[in-house]
Design a protein around this ligand. Structure first.
Ligand code: HEM
Length: 179
């Protein structure tokens, strides 16, 4: 994944748990880089190793680390670095979720090696929808829960996110979002 993701994991840990904890996690994950270059692609193994090491050191489940990361990404990383892109994505939660593919398409013009996820909004009502997340990567569904909750905070629309797991379709995940 692009370095910006790894940098954001580092910032989440430094801001919430301090620099010494980050150094411990970095060592455990075998991260050799002094600093990640945001616009450079890195092997996904590095990101997964960082999440695994963070879970061990912080005594959390990997899913909890991923969920925290998703929320942090919306409320800090994307907001501070890509505010314009977020602003263009929509003014409310359902509209924004409908525009996620366009958003990543735009990100792809800045980051040509991007391997983006794709999303589809189904069953939209006045207070709920079904979000389908399709990915080439495994294990990141908990991050989507955090991302949606972060968007709920961004739009003052506190929401419940229910992961309707379906192990027979591990690259396609369904979430019921209600607000
Ligand atoms: C301006 C805001 C955003 C930027 C700049 C951005 C950028 C990125 C980047 C660089 C990656 C890594 C993919 C790669 O390097 O190949 C990624 C992955 C991902 N993004 Fe975004 N993103 C943004 C907003 C969002 C939002 C709002 C969501 C909400 C659901 C989201 C969901 C995801 C997910 C789930 C992945 C994991 C990739 C996978 O499953 O393969 N992103 N994004």
């Amino acid at each position: 994944m692009y370095g910006i993701i790894n940098t954001a994991v580092e910032q989440l840990i430094v801001e919430n748990y301090g620099n010494n904890t980050w150094l411990e996690i970095k060592k455990k994950a075998g991260v050799a880089e002094e600093q990640f270059v945001n616009m450079q692609p890195y092997d996904d193994k590095i990101t997964y190793a960082m999440v695994g090491a963070a879970a061990e050191v912080l005594r959390l489940e990997a899913a909890e680390v991923l969920e925290k990361f998703g929320e942090y990404w919306i409320l800090h990383t994307a907001k501070e670095g890509y505010g314009n892109l977020l602003d263009m994505g929509g003014n409310n939660l359902p509209d924004f979720l409908k525009n996620l593919n366009t958003l990543h398409f735009k990100v792809g013009s800045l980051m040509p090696n991007l391997v983006p996820p794709s999303f589809e909004v189904l069953e939209l009502t006045s207070n709920s929808l079904l979000l389908v997340y399709t990915t080439k990567r495994i294990g990141l569904a908990p991050m989507v829960v955090g991302l949606i909750k972060g968007l709920g905070i961004r739009f003052n629309t506190p929401c419940n996110v229910l992961y309707l797991s379906d192990s027979s379709k591990e690259f396609s995940h369904h979430f019921k979002v209600s607000w």
